[in-house]
Design a protein around this ligand. Structure first.
Ligand SMILES: CC(C)(COP(=O)(O)OP(=O)(O)OC[C@H]1O[C@@H](n2cnc3c(N)ncnc32)[C@H](O)[C@@H]1OP(=O)(O)O)[C@@H](O)C(=O)NCCC(=O)NCCS
Length: 170
């Protein structure tokens, strides 16, 4: 039996394993940061649990009423095609309390088009400092060069630092 339940810290190891299987390095390279991400204010993190094994993960960021963003979704390779991904999305919508979820994907279009949806162009905006240089993340589009860019990225970094300090202390 597969249970779809809220994330608890003892699920972290299983989540890191799922991320490694997808070659998603961001969580495994800093587990303590991953835990902060999964438990941050406004985050709805949900796991699919079979016994004690984590076989699925969804992480969303919600405003609680209208809109959420789906940040992560994965089902274990050997459990795909059994409705777990769909259950994770359904439960994420329910727990987020929203009308809609936005997301970007470069790997699961067939999955998302199987649900009620509208299609938009998607972007992922990076701070210059945080722009990943490594694979397997696809290289980001080059930043459009205009006079405001340098100031924008400095202000964005400062904003991020302030937010981090406000939430976690400095
Ligand atoms: C995308 C993913 C989460 C789907 O999980 P899953 O548990 O296999 O999905 P489900 O079994 O709930 O599938 C739901 C529906 O989507 C369809 N579907 C699933 N993956 C699909 C794919 N790659 N292409 C086309 N259709 C797909 C299923 O056939 C099913 O349709 P049905 O309800 O009409 O039978 C899983 O393939 C995965 O972890 N992929 C790698 C990570 C990834 O790409 N995550 C998304 C990043 S944004």
């Amino acid at each position: 039996m597969v249970d779809i339940i809220p994330f608890e810290p003892n699920h972290l190891t299983g989540i890191l394993d799922l991320c490694r299987d997808e070659a998603w390095p961001t969580f495994p390279e800093a587990p303590e940061r991953a835990l902060r991400s999964l438990t941050a204010p406004g985050v709805v993190a949900t796991v699919a649990l079979e016994g004690t094994r984590v076989i699925g993960l969804a992480q969303a960021l919600t405003d609680g009423v209208i809109q959420a963003h789906l940040s992560l979704l994965a089902t274990a390779h050997d459990r795909r095609g059994q409705g777990i991904g769909r259950r994770l999305v359904t439960e994420t919508l329910r727990r987020s309390g929203v009308q809609r979820i936005d997301l970007v994907t470069d790997s699961a279009e067939g999955f998302y088009t199987s649900m009620p949806h509208r299609r938009f162009a998607g972007f992922r905006i990076y701070t210059t400092a945080g722009t990943p240089q490594r694979q397997p993340d696809p290289p980001p589009e080059p930043l459009v060069d205009h006079p405001g860019n340098r100031k924008w990225s400095r202000d964005a970094r400062r904003h991020n630092d302030d937010q981090r300090s406000a939430i976690y202390g400095s």
